[in-house]
Design a protein around this ligand. Structure first.
Ligand code: SF4
Ligand code: SF4
Ligand code: F3S
Length: 370
């Protein structure tokens, strides 16, 4: 069962939805700009995408708060972003779909069978492993079992949100459900982490768009995040940066410095160590972002952000440049070939995180003990 008609190309779907070629090029150009690509790439992406087959997407939600999904679905409607969501073939999503119970379980089984080896698996939420996985079960199956099975037929896995990417709040001390990120459970598939608590809607749709256009995993950073959206810190692009450079800091949220829009570093802003596109893409259709609203960045797109100390204490300079998880890089070529556009977007790569390494070490220890 598919939530939408999935036997047509992206171009045909756009025509059916009444989206003009010009409107779609405009959207792709804006997306290319957000990804710091040259303007001509927008038109090239639009053209390539129109002829691309619509990939099957299976969206699974595990231990999460639905904030990530809210971010995605509440992108500025009725924008083309929501159409991008429709130009993929969304074959299973237990939050959106009308089916329930056995019908929903059958839909998932069919989607995995019909598109084995080809589907994009989107995961939202961490994976609890305590009590045999009992903390998160759907249809009597634990999240960890469902993930392992769904991962087998996936071409790529996109982790939406800090929970699935790094464990997020459930992973924070004392982690009562023994929650893990997807990278700790799956180690044989390309994984893309679109982190954030929640992530920016355009970072999710843009990552999907880039994958659909090129058939390749985009360039990733050491935490498997697309460099297009996570290549700079908030501090690098923050409009309050001139105040930082001049040493003008707000000391409280209601002092003169705060009223003048000075830098929030001394009020705990984690912008200098946080990689995300909030300062450029912003939120709610480019309206604002936390710092523009007068609050420092919490570092929500970084590993272990919840356990890094007070949100309101200034970071010491020694924290700068430190990675939450040191991740060994490993490049996996995807089976899909890349066209000229793909090459222009950069070599396909995917890595594995420290947690995968941790898991392999655990497996080795367990085997030695057997
Ligand atoms: Fe909710 Fe944040 Fe986890 Fe997303 S990353 S599911 S917004 S707690
Ligand atoms: Fe940097 Fe935060 Fe100050 Fe902006 S408000 S300049 S991100 S420390
Ligand atoms: Fe999160 Fe900081 Fe952006 S708290 S939403 S990464 S400004």
């Amino acid at each position: 069962m598919s939530l939408i008609d999935n036997d047509i190309t992206v171009g045909e779907m756009l025509r059916k939805a009444g989206v003009s070629r010009r409107g779609f090029i405009k959207y792709c150009t804006a997306m290319a700009s957000a990804m710091a690509l040259p303007p001509w790439m927008g038109a090239a992406m639009a053209e390539q995408l129109r002829h691309a087959p619509r990939p099957s997407v299976i969206y699974l939600s595990f231990q999460e708060c639905t904030g990530c999904f809210e971010s995605l679905t509440r992108s500025f409607a009725p924008t083309i972003e929501s159409l991008i969501f429709n130009v993929i073939s969304l074959d299973y999503d237990d939050t959106l779909m009308a089916a329930a119970g056995d019908a929903a379980e059958t839909a998932l089984a069919n989607a995995m069978k019909d598109n084995f080896g080809k589907y994009v698996l989107v995961i939202d939420g961490s994976v609890p492993t305590g009590a045999g996985g009992a903390y998160c079960t759907v249809g009597g199956r634990s999240a960890v079992d469902t993930l392992r099975e769904a991962a087998k037929g996936a071409a790529v896995i996109i982790c939406v949100g800090t929970c699935s990417a790094f464990g997020g709040i459930p992973f924070a001390n004392p982690n009562p459900t023994e929650a893990w990120p997807v990278t700790a459970i799956v180690d044989d598939k390309p994984i893309i982490n679109v982190s954030g608590c929640p992530p920016i809607a355009e970072a999710i749709t843009g990552t999907l768009l880039q994958y659909v256009t090129t058939g390749r995993v985009p360039d990733l950073d050491e935490h498997l995040r697309p460099k297009a959206f996570f290549g700079n810190t908030i501090h690098d692009r923050c409009y309050r940066r001139p105040f930082y450079d001049e040493g003008k800091f707000a000391k409280s949220f209601d002092d003169e410095g705060a009223r003048n829009g000075w830098c929030l570093y001394e009020l705990g802003c984690k912008g200098p160590t946080t990689y995300n596109a909030c300062a450029t893409v912003k939120w709610n259709g480019g309206t604002s972002f936390p710092i523009q609203s007068g609050h420092g960045c919490l570092g929500c797109s970084e590993p272990e952000f919840w356990d890094k100390g007070s949100f309101y204490a200034a970071q010491s300079a020694s924290e700068w440049g430190k990675a939450g998880h040191a991740s060994p890089q490993k490049t996996l070529e995807l089976a899909a070939g890349a066209g000229g556009l793909g090459a222009a977007l950069g070599a396909a790569s995917a890595g594995v995180g420290r947690l995968r390494q941790h898991r392999r070490e655990q497996d080795t220890v367990e085997k030695q003990e057997e």
